[in-house]
Ligand binder design. Sequence first.
Ligand SMILES: NC(=O)c1ccc[n+]([C@@H]2O[C@H](COP(=O)([O-])OP(=O)(O)OC[C@H]3O[C@@H](n4cnc5c(N)ncnc54)[C@H](O)[C@@H]3O)[C@@H](O)[C@H]2O)c1
Ligand SMILES: [Fe+2]
Length: 410
Amino acid sequence: MSKEKMNKGATPMKFSNDKMPVTKKIFMTDFTIIRQYNFPTTIRFGAGVINELPGHLAANGLSKPLLVTDPMVNGLDFFINIKNSLTVKSFSVQIFSAIHKNPVKSDVLKGGDVFKATNRDCIIGIGGGAAMDVARAIALRANHHRDLFDYDDLVGGDQYVTHSVPYFITVPTTSGTGSEVGRSAIISEDDTHRKRILFSPKLLAKMVFADPMLTMELPSFVTAATGMDALTHNMEAFIAKGFHPMADGIALEGIRLINESIVTATNGPDLESRSKMMIASLMGAVAFQKGLGVVHSLAHPLSSLLDTHHGLANAVNLPYGMRFNAPGLEAQFRRIASAMELTAATGEAVVDHLFKLNQQLGLPTKLSDIGVKAEHIETLSDLAFADFCHPNNPKPVTRDNFKQLYTGAL
Ligand SMILES: NC(=O)c1ccc[n+]([C@@H]2O[C@H](COP(=O)([O-])OP(=O)(O)OC[C@H]3O[C@@H](n4cnc5c(N)ncnc54)[C@H](O)[C@@H]3O)[C@@H](O)[C@H]2O)c1
Ligand SMILES: [Fe+2]
């Protein structure tokens, strides 16, 4: 979720036009300023690519992986198959799965201890965003021994990420966060549950095995909620502040792919729809290097305060957040409506469509349906206003705006 540091250190090039002939004068516009764009890593994508994992480890001289997952995935057939595929090849496999639904710092510290005590040579995060984030944070922890939250991006923590990190592989098994291609790990404080972001380009996985077959047994509710998180990433990235045509193009195609596949992927899954969701969720995370916005700031406090699943929190807030953003952003919403193939190319049509989509997916459309009560709204508004995402929203968002948005969604 951390804003891409794409422009860090990049100084706009200065030209003097004075001595140039009029026809060749170079005028500085958004298109002509030098910028740095960081795009992700090697991704093996497609049904069956997980079978390449043992060979990949062997080819890189690795034999002692720490598999990081969550307690639920740890018991699923596909995970046991991955573990067995490594065991028969005589690897020494260690599993760490003691993580919370919204992972906390102590999860990472325990995982870091296991990594060290069992003398591992690489880390493989297998699961949804929670497992992959913990795996990434353990990779950071291996050679960085300051307090974990000293590496918080919001307090400039990436400056301390100076050492190498162990070889790190991600294997997504949900299609939502796109954490497989991220450089940040979202880890909460144990006591307050406040979400912190550990960020460094060094935390990008060396290799991603994105195999849609691993999502075929994903329950419909998780498919819908994580898929709406991916849709939120693409939509928020597309309208986020800043100039990033590559992210915009990827986000629009991500919106198109999710819109055409999320209902089938949820209600009557086949490989094609689940594949489209997997690539589109990965694209969302590439696109949100540009930034996110008001919807994620509305969603994060729900996880902190009520332990709401991240995707579900986004799904419920998405139509309301987009209704807030639409006026004044007619051109962007026209393009979103077109990517969604709506008959009316307006913000209103997009918002109506999002409400209908949640209904088709069997997801709630009001905050009261997910346990939010009127007495939560003041605290939620404080937390949302303090959140790190809305500064990239195309419109400024005040604490009052958050209060109105929560109240309107109740
Ligand atoms: N790093 C990032 O850029 C980033 C971005 C957004 C969210 N996040 C974080 O990611 C987390 C949410 O991730 P998520 O939405 O993937 O949810 P999740 O990791 O919590 O997984 C959701 C549920 O699905 C189960 N599951 C996972 N794969 C399965 C499969 N193939 N079959 C059956 N069940 C399966 C899990 O056990 C879990 O119960 C939050 O902690 C959030 O803060 C990180
Ligand atoms: Fe998200």
